[in-house]
Design a protein around this ligand. Structure first.
Ligand SMILES: Cc1cc2nc3c(=O)[nH]c(=O)nc-3n(C[C@H](O)[C@H](O)[C@H](O)COP(=O)(O)O)c2cc1C
Ligand code: SF4
Ligand code: SF4
Length: 256
């Protein structure tokens, strides 16, 4: 078994690591941007694939990766998505592409986690509320593991009904936001050229030029740079960073 994930603010990383390690203590879990990801997928039969829901869709980096690589035939795949509020068929969005590529879809799992959109006030919760959300998510993962051990995979987001729900509930209205990489990343004069954003971007979409970060046109909207910039200098959907969302923020103090 292999866990592969894309994660901007740490939610999906946490969920996939917990799920995979509970299913198989010795299994590897790697981020999608790992340079060995293709050879790792090639050498495993069962893959747990995780990513955040974006506008009721899978991030374009994840969809492109699946489409671009002919490595899926006969792989047994559980599609897992994390979401801030609603995802009709977030898991189904990759399951359908993978199926066309010859994969065997074991199931779909959609996990409610804290919202990651740092530059929007919508859906923002207190640290305490976010912590409660994570605790519920952990319980859901534990229950899922029990069911899988009994041979029952979750089927969330992969039915025809979920497809219609995701499509008409949100995806159609926001289709233009997820159909291509974004060139809308904004970097303010507060940037001090520290280079952190450039080092952590999974798309290598940011360069440092003359001690200033400069964004390219291949942003997969993961919000990793926005949630980490020490100067709160980066925005995408909104114009102000209200709260930098990071999984560790809600859970580190809890675990201490
Ligand atoms: C650009 C963008 C769009 C999003 N769209 C949705 C959405 O349609 N529905 C939802 O429930 N959450 C949505 N979210 C919230 C994330 O799916 C959620 O916070 C997720 O757990 C983040 O995971 P990560 O920390 O692994 O990146 C969106 C987040 C981003 C950055
Ligand atoms: S992380 Fe922020 S301050 Fe550092 S280079 Fe990037 S935009 Fe500038
Ligand atoms: S530019 Fe920022 S938001 Fe866009 S893909 Fe890179 S890290 Fe993610």
């Amino acid at each position: 078994m292999l866990g592969v994930y894309l994660s901007g603010t740490g939610n999906t990383k946490h969920c996939i690591e917990k799920l995979v390690k509970m299913l198989d203590q010795s299994a590897k879990v790697i981020p999608l941007e790992n340079k060995n990801v293709i050879s790792e997928i090639n050498s495993h039969d069962t893959i747990i694939l995780g990513y955040p829901t974006q506008f009721s869709n899978a991030p374009i980096m994840v969809r492109d990766f699946i489409k671009a690589n002919d490595i899926w035939k006969d792989k047994r795949i559980l599609c897992v998505t994390t979401m801030g509020a609603f995802s009709g068929d977030g898991a189904g969005c990759t399951a359908r592409i993978l199926k066309r590529k010859g994969a065997i879809i074991l199931g779909g799992l959609q996990i409610h986690m804290p919202d990651s959109v740092c530059d929007s006030k919508l859906l923002k919760k207190s640290v305490e509320e976010n912590r409660r959300i994570v605790i519920e998510a952990d319980k859901k993962i534990e229950k899922t593991v029990c069911n899988i051990h009994n041979g029952k995979y979750p089927k969330e987001g992969i039915s025809f009904f979920s497809h219609i729900l995701g499509l008409f509930g949100q995806r159609l209205w926001f289709y233009n936001k997820t159909s291509h990489y974004s060139d809308k990343l904004k970097i303010s004069n507060n940037c001090i050229g520290c280079g952190l954003c450039s080092q952590i971007c999974p798309m290598n979409n940011i360069e440092i030029n003359n001690k200033r970060a400069v964004a390219g046109k291949k942003c997969t909207m993961c919000y990793r740079c926005i949630s980490c910039c020490p100067q709160k200098a980066i925005t995408l959907i909104g114009d102000n960073v209200y709260e930098q969302c990071q999984f560790s923020k809600y859970m580190d103090s809890y675990n201490e």
